[in-house]
Design a protein around this ligand. Structure first.
Ligand SMILES: NC(=O)c1ccc[n+]([C@@H]2O[C@H](COP(=O)([O-])OP(=O)(O)OC[C@H]3O[C@@H](n4cnc5c(N)ncnc54)[C@H](OP(=O)(O)O)[C@@H]3O)[C@@H](O)[C@H]2O)c1
Length: 368
């Protein structure tokens, strides 16, 4: 009896503490908006947002202080930024608030995948020089200039593609690592890519082909031509056909959508096959997004008791694999499928398109 009472009061105290912590975290969540540019600082243009909300209401093109590189950084004149799946959630807020700031966004400049040219290097930087063209990942890159640590995710840009295409390459880390490390794709294997026409999917098709696999891409009617053109051996139109009802069997399913049950997908895997749980459909929060998240965890748990493995994949952003992608691009095995570009002044329109969840290939913003 006594223990029951102690437990009840402890649980209540924990709940009150959690509520108080949440209130504190929410109201103390702030950002750098409202500050002024230090006297004498050079200025540059950047996209800023101070509150969460629809992109057309909150994204503003503003003048801010131009950054100055420290001894270990390079100063990059940004030429293009490509949007990736979480950029939309970052601006709208929603569940993204848990990561990007509860009440207000902590980082007030969106964008993370960039390309550009180095304008200056810090004293300790030996691997880059002014004039080098580069691509990489750096939070808050929708600006004319950014500073990046030279030992972080920045590598030289492939010579044979545009700045817009180069900026889209970091997204391909999701495809490269998901297929190579989690799916362990080998030459001659049959690989199905669900969500083949989007930002990650168009890279996944080409990378699986580069590994020597026989690739089936699943997409909607209007994107069949795109998925065929990047090398898929077979295409499935999901508006007309359910890929899990086919009599084909696959070594690997690389799933960017997670819109089928564990049993449906397991049925079309070869014995011992792997389903890489890489995503939950197109960018933005949609009606089905949360239930798909639950589906990902439940499939992974259920596969613990099966021969076929359903493995949750999370990307690791690193310099080495960006180099692998640069080489794949320079060899012509991977061609970034950028289908639409926007000027910096139309950044909000790019975000609106991204949030539809039906982007064709990749989209990029040109920073002129
Ligand atoms: N695991 C990780 O570390 C990681 C990292 C980055 C991204 N992701 C995940 O990867 C997923 C895809 O990202 P993304 O950047 O490629 O998104 P995206 O560029 O917005 O593309 C989404 C694609 O999904 C397709 N799609 C939508 N519904 C579909 C369906 N029912 N069946 C098949 N395809 C469908 C769309 O094709 P249609 O227009 O033809 O419908 C569109 O081409 C996201 O869920 C994201 O969370 C995971």
């Amino acid at each position: 009896m006594k223990w029951k009472r102690i437990l009840k009061w402890t649980a209540l105290a924990l709940l009150v503490a959690l509520f108080a912590w949440f209130q504190f975290a929410y109201w103390s969540s702030t950002n750098d908006c409202g500050g002024s540019i230090p006297a004498g600082a050079e200025r540059m243009k950047a996209i800023k947002y101070c509150e969460y909300g629809p992109p057309e209401d909150v994204l503003k093109l503003e003048q801010i202080a131009k950054p100055v590189p420290n001894d270990n950084q390079v100063l990059v004149r940004v030429r293009a930024v490509s949007l990736r799946f979480y950029d939309g959630g970052m601006v709208q807020g929603g569940i993204g608030r848990l990561v990007f700031g509860l009440r207000k966004p902590k980082n007030t400049t969106p964008g993370s995948d960039f390309s550009g040219a180095i304008e200056a290097v810090g004293r300790n930087v030996t691997d880059f020089k002014a004039g080098d063209e580069v691509m990489g990942v750096r939070a808050g890159c929708l600006a004319e200039y950014i500073c990046v640590r030279s030992d972080r995710a920045v590598v030289s840009k492939p010579r044979n593609v545009s700045f817009e295409q180069a900026a889209s390459i970091p997204t391909a880390l999701v495809a490269l690592q998901g297929l190579r490390d989690t799916g362990r794709v080998k030459a001659g294997q049959k690989v199905l890519i669900n969500g083949a026409s989007g930002g990650v999917g168009t890279f996944a098709v080409q990378i699986a082909k580069a590994f020597g696999a026989e690739v089936t891409g699943v997409c909607s009617t209007g994107n069949l031509d795109l998925v065929r053109s990047i090398g898929a051996d077979h295409v499935v139109d999901y508006t007309k056909e359910d890929y899990t009802k086919s009599d084909q069997r696959y070594d690997v399913i690389y799933d960017l959508v997670d819109n089928h049950s564990f049993s449906e997908r397991r049925r079309i895997l070869k014995p011992g096959g792997i389903c890489v749980l890489a995503g939950v459909g197109g960018s933005g929060m949609h009606e089905e997004t949360l239930s798909r998240f639950v589906g990902v965890f439940s499939a992974s748990l259920r596969s613990k008791f099966a021969k076929e493995k359903f493995i949750i994949f999370g990307v690791d952003i690193n310099k080495k694999d960006l180099g692998v992608l640069r080489d794949l691009t320079e060899s012509g095995k991977v061609v970034p499928a950028v289908t639409k570009t926007y000027p910096l002044t139309e950044t909000a329109a790019a975000f609106k398109y991204l949030e539809t969840g039906h982007v064709r290939g990749k989209i990029a913003i040109t920073v002129d």
